[in-house]
Design a binder for this molecule. Structure first.
Ligand SMILES: Cc1cc2nc3c(=O)[nH]c(=O)nc-3n(C[C@H](O)[C@H](O)[C@H](O)COP(=O)(O)OP(=O)(O)OC[C@H]3O[C@@H](n4cnc5c(N)ncnc54)[C@H](O)[C@@H]3O)c2cc1C
Length: 301
């Protein structure tokens, strides 16, 4: 079998546990793991994985991921150290690097009196993950403010327009692609009273904290909302609140959340997702589709 050539070891490390880098706090090790701090380093990582024929996974804040207990093969690239932002006040535009946390960006914009990003304050992901997932809350979403996205692909850097991103509810054409989001330019509305924008931002956060469990590791909403009822409503009506497999539990406070109540295994969470799907299918004749990305191998998949 071909053994990968040893990469630049200051940049790419072998066998790194992914559990600390996911909001569920579960999952095994990546065969190879890198945290590039520059675009050149990011490009080196993608070239090395391609030249060795290794699969590549990009990790933002890991807040929408369930990584299997067996970990991930190939190279995992974390964007967490790519955090620059460039404001163009006169244009109402800001260009933000992929690893920038959405809550910090939302607060920063509010302090400057820029409107249009208050909704993102409680989403614990990065700009890159938000772009890929079309993250949204409180009636706002990424698609509303994206002007363009710089991606790194097999042929180098490209600038993608919203048309090419093909946004709809929690999806974009970047999902399941081999492109890495490098940065994105957002169009927002400067010139408002910072106090007022900050108050709207705080209000969004308060409303989430009163209805969603933030005290235990989770991935936020596990399932996409079908219509006409929300996934949470269907799960609650099916009597599944509090249902537990191992230390993975359907949250009492919000039935579309699954919590890691201690040392849950990724497999427990996976089994609970399947159990909820099967109960909902039996009772309501509809299949709930996970919003969370399940990566790696699971028994019964
Ligand atoms: C408590 C809690 C509340 C939440 N509330 C919401 C909510 O209100 N609304 C909502 O939409 N989501 C919510 N989420 C889910 C999650 O925060 C979002 O989906 C977020 O956009 C994921 O960003 P991330 O950086 O964590 O991405 P990850 O979870 O790290 O990755 C998600 C996907 O994006 C890909 N990806 C990440 N970065 C890049 C990149 N730079 N280039 C290419 N691909 C990339 C990954 O490979 C993966 O496929 C919540 C999660 C939690 C834990």
């Amino acid at each position: 079998m071909h053994q990968p050539l040893l990469p630049d070891q200051a940049l790419i490390r072998q066998r790194v546990s992914l559990a600390p880098f996911t909001s569920f706090r579960v999952g095994g090790a990546a065969d190879w793991y890198a945290e590039p701090r520059t675009l050149d380093d990011l490009a080196y990582c993608t070239r090395w994985a391609a030249s060795e024929g290794l699969p590549m996974t990009v990790l933002g804040a890991g807040s929408n991921l369930l990584v299997s207990d067996a970990g991930l093969r190939g190279l995992v690239i974390s964007t967490r150290f790519l955090k620059k932002s460039l404001f163009e006040e006169d244009l109402g535009q800001v260009t933000v690097s992929a690893g920038t946390p959405l809550p910090a960006l939302s607060r920063r914009l509010a302090r400057r009196g820029w409107q249009g990003f208050e909704w993102a304050v409680g989403i614990p992901g990065t700009l890159g993950g938000g772009i890929v997932m079309n993250a949204g809350a409180h009636g706002g979403c990424m698609a509303d403010c994206v002007l363009n996205v710089k991606v790194l692909g097999p042929d180098g850097l490209e600038l993608w327009t919203p048309e090419k991103l093909n946004y709809s509810y929690r999806t974009s054409s970047l999902q399941e692609s081999n492109y890495v989001v490098v940065d994105a330019t957002l169009k927002l509305s400067p010139g408002a009273d910072p106090k007022q924008v900050m108050e709207q931002t705080n209000c969004a956060l308060r409303s989430r904290k009163s209805s969603q469990p933030y005290d235990r590791p989770s991935c936020g909403s596990v399932f996409r909302n079908p219509t006409p009822h929300s996934a949470g409503w269907l799960i609650e009506q099916s009597g599944l609140k509090g249902y537990q497999i191992g230390n993975a539990q359907v949250a009492h406070r919000h039935a579309n959340f699954i919590l890691n109540c201690g040392d849950a295994k990724a497999q427990d969470i996976f089994d609970l997702i399947r159990h909820v799907q099967s109960e909902i299918s039996d009772r309501w004749s509809l299949m709930l589709h996970p919003e969370v990305k399940m990566l790696g191998e699971f028994q019964g998949a």
